[in-house]
Design a protein around this ligand. Structure first.
Ligand code: ADP
Ligand code: MG
Length: 698
């Protein structure tokens, strides 16, 4: 199999080795330059590349091409065109020009734009991103592209991501120059996103309207056995799941996705996939492909892949861990502690750059993971809290403390931490223990941002990370470039940054309520929900950040905010309506029928044996009838509130109404319906139970 995998890997990707083999030398060089420097290609060069791509794709069975893009819906979009071009005699030839490769035009009016693109100007453009390889899927050549409006505003997730990568590249190069790294010409951030998901049986899924319409269960009780025995985590794979994973790996390998690890997660029916890290841009494209393939391949195996952040109440939700670092084109990971004091000084500067970034832009990091689905997760006792903080581990913490206070690093060694001047001890490797509760943890040579929801595109989180760290580095470079004595200035800068930003560092248990209180005392933000955090998006300090690094214009920020709020409202509205539908059409009728049977049974018993004890039937009839009455009122109430919410004027008013009023009505209704489920004969309950769903795959 090993040999087969290496032969299989990347077979559907127009990657470097294909380009080397198929492009004329000069074209290949120009292409390399475009990839490394993110430059545009001349049309003449693009023509040659397009032709080679087309020939290669046709040999692989492709008949169509598509500009593949990532609008703000969070999923990818595509429009397929065939390669055919008519010639005389009623025949066709297969053609693909440089122009078609480089730029596409598509009707953008049905994609969310937050008011950026009025309907009379519905044109949107897609522009080829040569830094992410083209690939073949479903007999179609996929060309990764950025998507923008006629006037150049970003309508997608890739454009700002590429802008943020450029920003951090520029500022990191300035800093590296100060340390004398003249050989480095480009810097990229790298990401390895660990993806969690649930697999459930398709027949059961099809019997649950809530899963079909909303991706999560809106009713349901935790089964007697949940995840408390930890017997699922890393457990043996069920044969159906193993077959799914094997096919998923194979299909993703063909597409050049570096899938490395597949295992069972904490909750029953929950699993995880982790790839080997790559450049942020490619990691983002690959994560989108991974999510899409998971859903597609699950169906082939008679299962449904749930990517929702919280499909089941009372059971762990699904997240995505965004492992992030910065690498040079010479192959150096800038977050790897070095062997020498000199290297360590540089490492420490990058470390404090991240600390400062996370502290200064907590709000943006929180916003980057905000969604109606993820709100259920953050703050529940299984995922990081909504408060952003950083975990560094004891060792690194001690080092920072000793720098801050100019004191000895350890009692044993008595080494004073003076960066670049005195000898710094070697950093012990792998000292970071595995703190699982921190939203943002240093894990030896990278940071792991753990607040992302499983369904999120990772683009936004990385835009915020790249940009906020670029800003720290910009400020640092400004200061150090003007310094008289580099070493002294460096030492002072690191020391001051630690002092100013150490409030963001927390090495304890993030699930602890006491921490939330302490965090508030430290002045950290606790933005619990999407409508709570979104007002921060357009704060002047953030607009300033985006302007400085040319990530978003103010219009782009405001439009993104509107889209997120609108989306939040739509999701809760659909959930509310689904609940109303389920209760009215399925649940109340089912419980009523069951009540009738109970009452008839009780009467029959009494008729048969006068004076017999019928408390079982009587109590149940009584409680269920009572609950039916309450639920009936609650469902009318929810329905009215949903109408109210839809009539709210303004995005914030609507979102806050959904958050403060509608969600409350939904959970009140749920708790009574869930009680009904526990006392209703399973034969009468109209939906598969949590137990069926979570333990249904053999
Ligand atoms: P965990 O124990 O959290 O599952 P792993 O060691 O398996 O952690 O790594 C998790 C992810 O981190 C993998 O996708 C891996 O490729 C990625 N990773 C490792 N090094 C880097 C790096 N320098 N930059 C970005 N991601 C990285
Ligand atoms: Mg992890």
């Amino acid at each position: 199999m090993g040999n087969i995998v290496s032969e299989l890997f990347g077979t559907l990707v127009f990657n470097d080795s294909v380009m080397k083999e198929r492009l004329p030398k000069e074209t290949y060089k120009a292409m390399q330059k475009a990839i490394q420097e993110g430059r545009r290609l001349d049309l003449s060069v693009a023509n040659v590349v397009a032709n080679a791509m087309k020939d290669w794709a046709i040999e692989k069975g492709a008949t169509h091409f598509t500009h593949w893009f990532q609008p703000m819906t969070g999923v990818t979009a595509e429009k397929h065109d065939s390669f055919i071009s008519p010639i005389e005699g009623g025949r066709v030839i297969m053609e693909f020009s440089g122009k078609e490769l480089v730029k596409g035009e598509s009707d953008a009016s049905s994609f969310p734009s937050g008011g950026l693109r009025s309907t009379f100007e519905a044109r949107g453009y897609t522009a080829w991103d040569p830094t992410s390889y083209a690939f073949i899927k479903d007999r179609t050549l996929y060309i990764p592209t950025a998507f923008c409006s006629y006037t150049g505003e970003a309508l997608d997730k890739k454009t700002p991501l590429l802008r943020s990568m450029e920003a951090i590249n520029k500022q990191t190069l300035r800093v590296l120059k100060l340390f004398g790294n003249d050989d480095v010409t480009a810097v990229r951030t790298t990401v390895g996103p660990e993806q969690e998901y649930f697999l459930i049986d398709m027949d059961m899924y099809n019997r649950r309207k809530d899963l079909i319409y909303t991706g999560r269960t809106l009713f349901g009780n935790k089964p007697p056995k949940g995840q408390e025995l930890d017997d699922h985590y890393f457990g043996t794979l069920k044969p159906r799941v193993a077959a799914f994973m094997a096919e998923l790996d194979e299909e993703l390998w063909k597409l050049g996705v570096l899938v490395k690890t597949e295992h069972n997660e904490a909750a029953p029916a929950q699993h995880e996939l982790a790839p080997i890290f790559s450049t942020t841009n490619i990691a983002t494209d690959h994560n989108q492909l991974t999510m899409e393939m998971m859903q597609k391949i699950a169906k082939k195996h008679g299962m449904v892949c749930l990517l929702h952040e919280k499909p089941f109440a009372g059971i762990s939700g699904s997240g995505k861990h965004n492992n992030w670092s910065i690498s040079t084109n010479t192959g150096v990971n800038l977050l790897e502690p070095g062997e020498t004091p000199y290297e360590n000084a540089q490492f420490l500067l990058f470390l404090v750059a991240v600390i400062k970034a996370v502290d200064d832009y907590q709000d943006l990091l929180r916003i980057s993971v905000a969604s109606a689905g993820n709100d259920h997760r953050l703050g529940a006792n299984e995922a990081p809290p909504a408060v952003v903080s950083m975990f560094l581990g004891d060792e690194l913490n001690e080092i920072l403390e000793s720098i801050e206070t100019d004191s000895a690093y350890t009692a044993k060694e008595h080494v004073q931490m003076k960066i670049g001047v005195h000898v710094l001890p070697r950093f012990p490797k792998d000292t970071t223990d595995r703190n699982r509760t921190s939203p943002f943890a240093f894990t030896g040579n990278k940071f792991e941002f753990r607040m992302l929801g499983s369904a999120d595109s990772i683009a936004c989180a990385n835009v915020m990370l790249n940009t906020s760290v670029a800003e720290s580095l910009r400020v640092f470079a400004d200061e150090l470039e003007g310094a008289e004595d580099f070493n002294t200035a460096l030492h002072e800068l690191i020391k001051r940054t630690i002092k100013e930003h150490k409030r963001i560092i927390f090495n304890g248990n993030g699930y602890d309520d006491a921490w939330i209180k302490e965090a508030e005392q430290r002045g950290l933000l606790n933005l619990k929900t999407t409508p709570d955090c979104l007002p921060y998006y357009a704060h002047e300090k953030n607009l300033e950040l985006f302007r400085t690094h040319r990530i978003y214009t103010e219009t782009e920020v405001r439009s993104r905010c509107d889209i997120m709020l609108e989306n939040y409202c739509k999701i809760i509205n659909i959930e509310g309506l689904t609940m109303v539908d389920m209760v009215k059409k399925d649940i109340l009728p089912a419980v009523s029928s069951y009540i009738k049977v109970l009452a008839e049974t009780g009467n029959a018993k009494k008729a048969f044996c006068p004076g017999v004890d019928c408390t079982y039937e009587e109590n149940l009839v009584f409680r269920l009838s009572e609950l039916c009455g309450v639920v009936c009122k609650q469902v009318i109430d929810l329905d009215e509130k949903l109408t109210q919410a839809r009539n709210s004027i303004g995005h914030y008013a609507a979102a806050n109404y959904y958050k403060d009023v509608v969600l409350g009505a939904m959970s009140a209704l749920r708790s009574n319906v869930d009680e009904m489920e526990t006392i209703t004969d399973a034969k009468y309950w109209p939906y598969p139970s949590y137990g069926d769903l979570l333990f249904g795959i053999k």
